[in-house]
Design a protein around this ligand. Structure first.
Ligand SMILES: NC(=O)c1ccc[n+]([C@@H]2O[C@H](COP(=O)([O-])OP(=O)(O)OC[C@H]3O[C@@H](n4cnc5c(N)ncnc54)[C@H](OP(=O)(O)O)[C@@H]3O)[C@@H](O)[C@H]2O)c1
Length: 271
């Protein structure tokens, strides 16, 4: 037996008690940090990149995702003029992007560096003035519509794929239109716009197939007829209503939903 005085014994047990409570406390702190770490995987901590986010549906997407706690990167052709987008929140990042310009797409990719992106929304788009007869088709205007609505989303997705692979969400959405449905109502012209959205839909379907092994979900979503500069004042939906629906569709997407044609109201549309 160790020769130890009662006073030294008391001191030793006190030190042992303090040590034990310090260890217990450290364990509690560690449990709290673990809880914090798992919280960082929440939807509210994810990053969305939205193209054409300075007005219309893109701006409302930025507003709603930001309000839900997401990190928002909203692109604009002219970031200095994107006042409404910047007013969404001081932490909203507004890089420049013209989807028709490969150099601009490359610059965005370089600016992003390795930043992970969980959700890409290819939203930027243009109408074609509604050309209703073959005689009115103008080659230059048609090429521009195809460039913005169909080729642009391909270039942006291609450039941002490393960032999307680094993210945890692995969702790619393109805002398309029911006017691109070949089986749908095709009675009223809009040649260029319809062609561009049909091409975009085909891209999303091919993309879904290519990226399925990597567990990506890739979908085109029709936003409804929306009161924006493009949709006009007589449209059926406000941007708030359309985007609430789009977000609900995105939040509910599962692996088997990839490569389907979605409407903002949660229904599937025919190709
Ligand atoms: N509104 C509807 O009823 C409706 C229906 C079906 C589908 N959609 C689709 O929904 C999407 C958004 O439409 P919206 O109604 O919000 O239209 P919008 O109000 O006219 O906004 C279009 C957005 O696209 C951007 N954009 C145009 N050309 C671009 C380019 N070359 N590079 C980058 N950005 C470009 C615009 O930027 P600038 O401000 O710089 O021009 C703007 O931010 C489009 O894809 C559209 O086809 C809309």
């Amino acid at each position: 037996m160790l020769p130890i005085s009662p006073r030294a014994w008391l001191l030793l047990t006190a030190v042992a008690g303090t040590l034990a409570s310090t260890v217990a406390c450290a364990a509690r702190v560690s449990a709290r940090s673990d809880a914090g770490a798992s919280k960082s995987l929440d939807d509210s901590k994810r990053t969305v990149l939205i193209t054409g986010a300075n007005r219309g549906i893109g701006l409302e997407l930025a507003r709603q995702y930001h309000a839900a706690g997401w990190k928002v990167i909203g692109t604009a052709r002219e970031p200095d003029a994107a006042k409404d987008l910047k007013s969404v929140g001081e932490d909203v990042l507004v890089p420049a992007l013209d989807v028709t310009d490969p150099e601009s797409v490359r610059a965005l990719s370089k600016w992003l560096e390795q930043r992970p992106i969980d959700l890409l929304v290819n939203n930027a788009g243009v109408g074609d003035g509604g050309e209703s007869s073959l005689a009115k088709i103008d080659a230059q205007k048609l090429a521009h519509v195809m460039q913005v609505n169909a080729i642009g989303p391909m270039l942006v997705t291609q450039a941002l794929l490393p960032n999307l692979r680094a993210g945890k969400g692995r969702v790619i959405v393109s805002i398309t239109s029911v006017l691109g449905s070949i089986e749908g109502d095709t009675d009223d012209g809009y040649y260029g716009y319809r062609e561009s959205k049909a091409a975009l839909n085909m891209f999303m379907r091919s993309l879904a197939a290519e990226l399925r092994p990597e567990k990506f979900v890739c979908v085109p979503i029709h936003p409804g007829w929306v009161k924006t500069d493009m949709g006009g004042p007589n449209a059926q939906l406000t941007p708030e209503q359309s985007v609430a629906g789009i977000r609900k569709v995105i939040a509910g997407l599962k692996a088997g939903d990839s490569g389907k044609f979605w409407s903002y109201d949660g229904s599937n549309l025919s190709w």
